[in-house]
Ligand binder design. Structure first.
Ligand code: F6R
Length: 610
């Protein structure tokens, strides 16, 4: 699973490509390479494993004159098939070194294809499915690349976005896609190709997102898009980048994660500011107004991990506020379940990137059965946003850090607004509705208040950074928040943690608790406050360590080993404050452990393979 960036124009672009690699390294970072090719059958290729700076060092030593080169391709890899080695690093090339290929995606039937190639005496230098692809091109080559790629797509199973060069026709670049994202961008006589539309913002004004089954041929300063049936698609719509690229520097912050946590109050305000009219207690959103016209009797939410946890939190809002039964599915599970798609259910998909392959597949299933789909998505023009019936952007800006923080808050904010709009349209309990709307005004100040307490949170986090196991307990609206921060802790500290509904502890997991197994209990002022006190007694009676996340008003402070206080607020808004507090808590533990916080091991930001 990788990121591809290709560029075609007659000017030297090495430093330009390296900058792009550095900029997008946060997404995939196992290995990187660039290849530059000129009309004289000559090419310059550099590969490195692990971080982009390794590649930069190699390229800086290059003495070759690259001024007449005209195709440049860069690639970062997140290993799915085969170890992080130079052999497995792209580009992959044919036996005769005529064809070079980069690939993002997974070819599920590659073992079978590889066996058939081996029978025909093809040899392999690495273990990747991508190498199988380029050797298939070599085996089946006929007429030209375009013809050959169309031919082999018939035997490939599942996802790919590829860019291929034929050294016998070095002025032609061919791209094709099924499943994995790919965008074609235009500058002045320049052509760009990227797996990520964000990468092109500020570089070109116009772009065309490619759809599945499309192939692009760039030749003689011109481009043509065909479908796999060889029909020319002459009327593809151009889009303009609307948003300015946000600041990608981390300034004085030690890590992007910390910077992004400090952006949370602004993200919250940004997602909500122009969508609420506080004078009229109204939600102002054409999309939500349209949504409330639909005859919805049930909601089903589909997402992966952090986005799934946002969905679980929202399920309580949808049920308790909007009175709509809600079911939440992990996208990896939904795909293989029996589906009961119907026209009275709203299918809500949640995704930061808008490219998660598992979620995208589920969306296609629902759409094929005419289900009404709604996306809560962060990345404008992402694949998922282009396919849904309705969508709302979370406006969380690009999230650089691999594990999600501010994007989660953006998702919660939009989901809360959805539940409020549905609630209001159904004329339920107006006073309660008003109370929440009022509490939302200036709520960013309460989140800021949490950030001002960072030193206290840090001091407690440091006391707990050596524990290898931890429980996170919450209940009702806060159970998914406990789940999210158990995930966050795993991602960046590599310590084990589990999350439970606090009521469930006594049904089994309590047996794991001992002196070196602290418990984090979320217990701000909610209707289940007293129930959580009972849990505290169960744990405390055994003299175990309990860190409580409570609100300032709490009178039982002497019951706990350690306390983290959050500002008082209404129950419905506690997830925002606890999420921010727990972000800091996980961050400071990871910091104390000297982890590589922004690039945790084995992970990638955007998971574009199933
Ligand atoms: C965890 C994290 C991932 C993503 C998941 C879905 O911090 O970021 O668990 O939430 O891969 O990604 P999106 O939201 O882009 O669909």
């Amino acid at each position: 699973m990788c990121w591809i960036f290709a560029y075609m124009w007659e000017k030297e672009a090495t430093s330009f490509l390296l900058n792009w690699l550095r900029k997008l390294e946060y997404r995939w970072y196992d290995s990187a390479w660039i290849v530059e090719i000129n009309n004289a059958w000559d090419f310059y290729l550099e590969k490195s494993v692990w971080k982009v700076w390794n590649l930069v060092n190699l390229v800086e030593k290059n003495e070759k004159d690259l001024t007449n080169y005209h195709i440049w391709i860069a690639h970062t890899r997140w290993a799915t098939h085969g170890w992080v080695t130079l052999e497995n690093c792209h580009p992959h090339y044919s036996l005769n070194k005529r064809f070079f290929l980069v690939h993002n995606g997974i070819i599920e039937n590659y073992i079978e294809l590889k066996k058939s190639l081996i029978k025909d005496w093809y040899t392999f230098y690495g273990d990747t499915d991508s190498e199988v692809l380029v050797k298939l091109i070599e085996k089946y080559f006929e007429k030209d690349l375009e013809y050959t790629i169309k031919k082999i797509t018939k035997i490939l199973e599942w996802a790919y976005a590829i860019a291929v060069i034929d050294r016998e026709n070095p002025d032609v670049l061919v791209w094709a896609k099924i499943g994995s994202p790919l965008v074609l961008g235009f500058g002045q006589k320049e052509f760009f190709l990227s797996s990520d539309p964000n990468a092109l913002n500020q570089t070109c004004n116009n772009f065309i997102p490619l759809e599945d089954g499309e192939i692009v041929i760039i030749k003689d300063n011109n481009f043509n898009i065909f479908n796999f049936n060889n029909e020319l698609l002459a009327d593809k719509e151009y889009h303009e980048f609307e948003e300015m690229e946000e600041e990608r520097w981390k300034w004085d912050y030690a890590h992007y994660m910390l910077k992004e946590i400090y952006e949370i109050p602004y993200i919250f305000k940004n997602a909500i500011a122009w969508r609420i009219n506080y004078e009229k207690d109204e939600i102002k959103s054409n999309t939500l107004a349209k949504l409330t016209q639909e005859n919805i009797k049930k909601i089903e939410i589909i997402a992966s991990w952090t986005s799934y946890n946002a969905g679980l939190t929202a399920a309580t809002w949808f049920e308790e506020l909007a009175d709509l039964p809600t079911q939440v599915h992990m996208s990896t599970e939904f795909k293989y379940k029996k589906h009961f798609i119907n026209q009275k259910t709203l299918y809500v998909f949640i995704s930061q990137s808008g490219e998660t392959a598992d979620s995208l597949e589920c969306l296609k299933i629902v759409k094929n059965k005419w289900g009404l789909t709604f996306w809560v998505v962060n990345v404008v023009w992402s694949s998922i946003a282009r396919l849904t019936d309705m969508w709302l952007y979370t406006h969380s800006w690009t999230e650089i850090w691999v594990a999600s923080t501010k994007a989660f808050i953006g998702q919660l904010t939009v989901l809360l607004l959805m539940s409020l709009a549905l609630w209001n349209s159904r004329n339920l309990e107006y006073l309660k509705y008003k109370e929440i709307i009022w509490a939302l005004e200036n709520f960013d100040e309460k989140i800021n208040e949490v950030l001002k307490r960072a030193d206290k949170i840090k001091a407690i986090a440091l006391r707990y950074s050596d524990y290898k196991n931890m429980f996170f307990l919450g209940r009702n609206l806060l159970y998914p928040i406990a789940m999210e921060w158990s995930l966050k802790l795993k991602e960046i500290t590599y310590h084990h943690s589990e999350a439970y509904s606090s009521g469930e502890l006594k049904h089994g997991p309590l047996s794991l608790i001992e002196e070196n197994f602290p418990t984090v209990l979320l217990n701000p002022k909610t209707k289940l406050y007293d129930k959580n006190i009972s849990t505290l007694k169960e744990v405390g009676a055994r003299e175990w360590k309990v860190i409580w996340f409570i609100t300032d008003w709490d009178k039982n402070k002497d019951l706990y080993t350690d306390i983290v206080e959050i500002p008082d607020t209404i129950e419905e808004l506690t997830p925002f404050l606890l999420a921010t507090t727990l972000d800091l808590f996980a961050y400071y533990i990871a910091l104390n452990l000297w982890r590589e916080i922004d690039k945790p091991r084995n992970l990638a930001k955007s998971v574009t393979v199933e």
